[in-house]
Design a protein around this ligand. Structure first.
Ligand code: BTN
Length: 261
């Protein structure tokens, strides 16, 4: 990966490029512990222990994709930190939409899909100081140039890459620069104007509203139709009995057909 990366704003300054790391999130946590400033980024060509949510592995072969972690220091109560994942999702969806307009959608809370298949996952980890956020590490994995054959068999029907969808090889540095710029815009907007403006954009880009979903959080399972995000960013579901459930965390499966646009 060509490392002549110059970020045009504060996000991605400095950038630490690495050939191989265990996980860019873990590497950035070490830098944050030693006092790295907001905006610091770690980008790796490959990860040997790329981490997904819920202890999953993130496929991270060399020479293909974007694996990046960003250090943010929002002045927020800890319970609002999940909003940072939604801010990031909006930015990634907009960056991918430039290549795949109309088919790039958000799946709550942390996935970006192209044509219904996962192209990006976001892993947000935080350190708190008392009840407030000390820092947040936003880890973003985007399948840019994975070929079908690069995915393990079990992921081939549910995952995709920008190259698979467009037929074009994607320049990883150019894509990272564009992403940093969009994310910086959304993060600054979020800090100035609050979550409402992000929520509105998230809903416009969402691919799950009106769909029958099943959300699993530990032992708890909620099934119903996803119909909204509440003002904090939690997912609102209407179950079969017409009861409204608000889900703050969990893993979603789309189980039925689309009931609205
Ligand atoms: C998920 O969908 O479960 C989240 C995947 C997040 C993967 C990225 S790749 C860069 C960063 N480093 C990691 O170890 N994970 C995140």
């Amino acid at each position: 990966m060509n490392a002549d990366f110059v970020s045009s704003g504060w996000l991605g300054r400095p950038v630490h490029f690495m050939e191989e790391v265990d996980s860019t999130n873990s590497r950035l946590a070490g830098l944050a512990h030693r006092g790295a400033t907001e905006g610091t980024a770690v980008i790796a060509d490959c990860q040997t222990r790329g981490r997904g949510r819920l202890g999953r592995v993130w496929q991270s072969p060399p020479g293909r994709n974007l694996y990046v972690s960003l250090l943010l220091k929002p002045d927020l109560p800890a319970e609002q930190a999940p909003q940072i994942t939604l801010v990031t999702g909006v930015a990634v969806a907009e960056a991918l939409s430039r290549f795949c307009p109309g088919v790039t959608t958000l799946k709550w809370p942390n996935d970006v899909l192209i044509g219904g298949k996962k192209a990006c996952g976001i892993l947000t980890e935080m350190r708190t100081r008392g009840t407030r956020v000390d820092y947040v590490i936003v880890g973003i994995g985007i399948n840019l140039n994975m070929g079908k054959e690069d995915f393990p068999e079990e992921l081939r029907s549910i995952a995709t890459s920008l190259r698979e969808e467009t037929g074009r090889e994607i320049d990883r540095v150019d894509f990272a620069k564009a992403l940093f710029s969009v994310l910086e815009t959304w993060y600054d907007r979020y800090r100035r104007m609050g979550f409402a403006v992000v929520r509105e954009r998230w809903l416009a880009l969402s691919g799950i509203l009106g769909r029958t979903v099943s959300v699993r959080n530990g032992d708890k399972k909620v099934e119903g139709t996803a119909f909204d995000l509440d003002p904090s960013g939690a997912l609102m579901i209407l179950d079969k009995e017409g009861r409204q459930e608000t889900v703050y965390a969990g893993d979603i499966s789309l189980t039925g057909e689309n009931l609205c646009c």
